[in-house]
Design a protein. Sequence first.
Lengths: 187, 859, 148
Amino acid sequence: MRIYLKFDFNTICKTVIQEQLNAMGMDYTIHGVGEVEFRRKPTQDEEQRMEDMLGNYGIEIMDDHQIALVQRVKDTVTEWILDEELPKRYNFSTYLSDKLNYTYTYLSSIFSEATYSSIENFVILKKIDIAKTFIGQNNLTLTEIAYKLNYSSVAHLSAQFKKTTGLTPSSFQKIIKKRKERSLTKE
Amino acid sequence: MTWHKVVSSTKFFAILLVLAVALLMFIGSVSYKQVIRLGESADWVSQSLKVDMEIDQLFSYYHQMQSVEFKNLLLRDTLGISSYEVYKPQVLSSHKKLKELTYNNPVQQKTLLRVMHWQDSLYRALATMSSIPFQKTTYSKSDQDKIAKVSEVLTQLNLLKNQMQQEMQLQLAKRKDDYKSQIFFTPLMTLLLGMFALIIFVISYLQINSQRKKTARTEKFLQNVLSSTENIISYFLPIYDSAGEIKDFSIAFTNEKIEQVLSQKPDELVNGKMSDLIPDNFKNGIFQELVAVLKDKKARKFEKPFEFKGTTFWFKTTAVEMENGVLTTSIDTTLERQHNQNLKVLNQQLETQNNHLEDTQAFLNSILESTSNTVSHLSTQRDAQGQIKDFKYLFANKEIEKLTGIPVAEIVGKSISQIFPFIKENGLFNLMVKCVNQKSMETHEAKYTFQDRQAWIHTTINNLNNGLTLTSHNSTQIVEAKQRLQELNEQLSVQNSILNDAEEVAKIGSYRWNITTMQATMSDNFYRLLECEPGEFPPSPENYRPFVHPKDLVEYEKNFKSALEEKLTNSFTYRIVTKTGKVKHLQNSGHYLQNEFVGVVKDISTELRNEQKLIDKNLELKRSNKELESFSRVASHDLQEPLRKIQLFISRLTERDNSSFSKQEEEYLKKISSSANRMQTLIKYLLSYSRLTTTKKDYDKVNLNLVMEKVQEDLEAPIKETGAQIITGELPMVKGISFQIEQLFRNLISNSVKYHSKGCSPKILINSTKLERGEIKDKFRKKAKHYFCISIEDNGIGFAQEDANKIFELFQRLHNKNQYSGTGIGLAICKKIIEKHKGHIVAISEPNKGATFHIYLPA
Amino acid sequence: MPLHTLNIALADDDEDDRMLFKEAIDEIKIKTKLSLFNNGEELMEHLSLPGVVLPQIVFLDLNMPIKNGMQCLHEIRNTPCLKELLVAIYSTSSSEADIEETFINGANIYINKPNSFGALKKAIDKVLQLNWQYHTSALNRDNFLLRI
């Protein structure tokens, strides 16, 4: 048998972090996603333990402020894309700088430096990734997906999809469908 | 039961008799009682008389006693010789007697007691009186008292006497009444009842007597019947064994008829045992039947054979249970059975005869019914000289109406020349006259016209009782059939000659072989196939066999044998060697038809040779296809690889930042690269052209709108570069292989973009219309009912219309390479794709006026 | 950027291609360690060595002697410990059917061997970039399909 899951990474991560830090008896506050503030500075021993325990879940502690910032940019991007209302009300750069309290230029340069790609590129990448998930789930039409992801038209989505993946949405859908069929027949 | 029956039955009279006897006895007893009572009454009366007399006696004694005393007194008889004393004993006895007589009357007894009392008083008074002395004149007062006293007593006694007598009278009167009633009623009753009984006696007697007489008569009648009947009537009594089962019967009675069967007189048979006299009865089941009759107490009927002294008799017996025995009545049915048997045979004969008759009749009927013959009967009409001048219809059947259209009613009674005047001309009338005169039978056939209808009619004329019977039928069909047959025969002979020619042309020979007469025929061309002259040898299997190829002889014989045995021929092929030594392949196919094998042999040598060639060609084709496939593989990978490497290495040289090449060297490198690039494109196109072999399952619904989107995406660069404008109308969905359709449009659009007029950006219009098959003027095989016509119109350089077909051919280019880059494959691919999709593509153009491509795809 | 180097493997029977691929990788800023194999068989043997450090991306030529790219792809996708490998097909074939078939069989990336060194570099760069993004950002690896 095979089941299909849908989940929210943010909630999972937050829950895992809370569980682990509570277990260690740390006094902390979680700021958004990807940032934890401690009342007192953790000892080296504590930092080591935290790294080990969270590492088990694939969560890394970043000692660099810049990397953390990049991660927060990424989180904000995801948040912004998944929210249907936000993009209609705000300009992304404004929203981002307001949210993270840095100028967009600064964030942009930090991001490029760390990831070798621009924030804009990442937004596209992330959007297409979500589009892929929707296409794979097979219950939304391309028009609906385009609307959900705030594309001006299906053509726009298709073009961006093709540019990012080298494949058209329909051939992508065909491939994913056939993959599923094949794995089902194998079992 | 009716009353009459009751009255007439003997039982009724017996009951009546018994009743009469009972009545008499009753009357007797009543009379006896009456008599007794009468006696009693008589006694009583006499007794009463006695009592009366006694009373009188007694009282007379008293009076005598008084008178004696008075006399004594008067006569002075003192002596006293005649004193009252003398009467005393007499009184006593009288008294005694009275007492005895009235013992049953208490009143009298009581009165007697008082008499006794008063008697005592008398005695005393008498005694006193006697003591009175005699006086002459008068008597003293006391004496007188004494005398008076006596008188007084006597008076008293007289009173009593009266009392007693009164009582007596009372009793007597009562008795008298009693007696009177009895004396009246009893004798009357007796008389009446006696009379009645007597009547019954008389009636009963009469009846019983008549019954007796009747019985006697019946008995006599029965006796007569028994002796005179043909039936054997016997009465059997069962003999039981110890277990209570009937083991035998004894004959209690039998009539004289038995003598005829057993040859013994009935007297000799009576009391004899069945097992001794008629042992056969135990075998033939009669015994069991009789036992069953006794057991069930029901009459049974049976018919059994019975053998006696070698003669078989059949008896039909009715057995009835009677008085614990069985009464049987048997009839000798032997003769009857024989008769029956004879009758049956006779009946059967009759029946078969009947059936025959019926068949014949049915046959006749069916003939008459099914026949469409017109039957008519006519009488002759003669003139004064006795010459026949006409015939009159006496009868005509319904068919005449069908034939001539004239109702029967209008024909009968009329003369024939009146209705059918033309018979005098066509000879029928003369024949009819001849038939009557010569009493012969004639036939006549001629064409008649009835109510605008022409028909051939065949008539048979029969002489019948000085009249004629005409039987006619419509022979048009027969006459026409005869004519048709003649025509057919002529045709057949023509066809036969055609067949002969055809056989020659088709290299066919035919044969027939009758397996009963063993006669065979072979067509002329069969001989020719063997390279013999027609009829060169007598046609027969034996003469033909030597022509069969020795190597195929076994197979030929096998087929020949199985055809003979199973009477069917299968189709088979064998070789023959002709007279001149040529080997030919013959295919034989035939079938069995009414004792004949009819078949055809065909020289298939050429066909076989061609077939072999075809097979070889096919193999070759397959081989070359395989080669092509491997070529494709080689081309796809191995051929492209060196080109790609060339390009790669050139790029490696040119793309270096610190390039040390001179301008010219760089130019050379560019040329190498572009050549390699061209080569690569060529190979790519060639490959896709050769790959256009597809299977059905790849077909899918393709949305041409999406295809166009994709094509525009693919061609983004050249479109941008040339500033091309593409205007697409609403396009349909078509059935096809999506990537091929994509390639088709990509090639066409890219052509339009590529071959644009200088100084003018390309403009491409794409539209679609749905057309019915008939509406399409362009000629191609149209299998579908509807087609989409998709037109792609550009404003490019165009081409001369006479080149319109050329452009779709492989490697055909209208321009030299320097002017326009092109492979000469693109449109060839388009054409091939369209053909794969059962469509058609045409190009319409004029130089410098743009080109329009029409694509037809099945809707 | 990751502190540790990126492990990459290439299986190609063409010596020139291997060489150019290495040159291209070397010119890319990302720190990488490239292992080269002459054919599919060699690659699969290497991958099955005990204690081997698995590459993050495997580049497979389709047309190879002994064991071709498609066979390798099958084996990789059917081996539990190799399932998570990112597989990039690196082939001359531009047949749509070939491309679709490799994706269906579990390839993540399909690269048509480019005609110029620049294009090659660009392609490799894009692959590595994307891999990096998939690695660091919460992207769905199941949907990682790329055609260059």
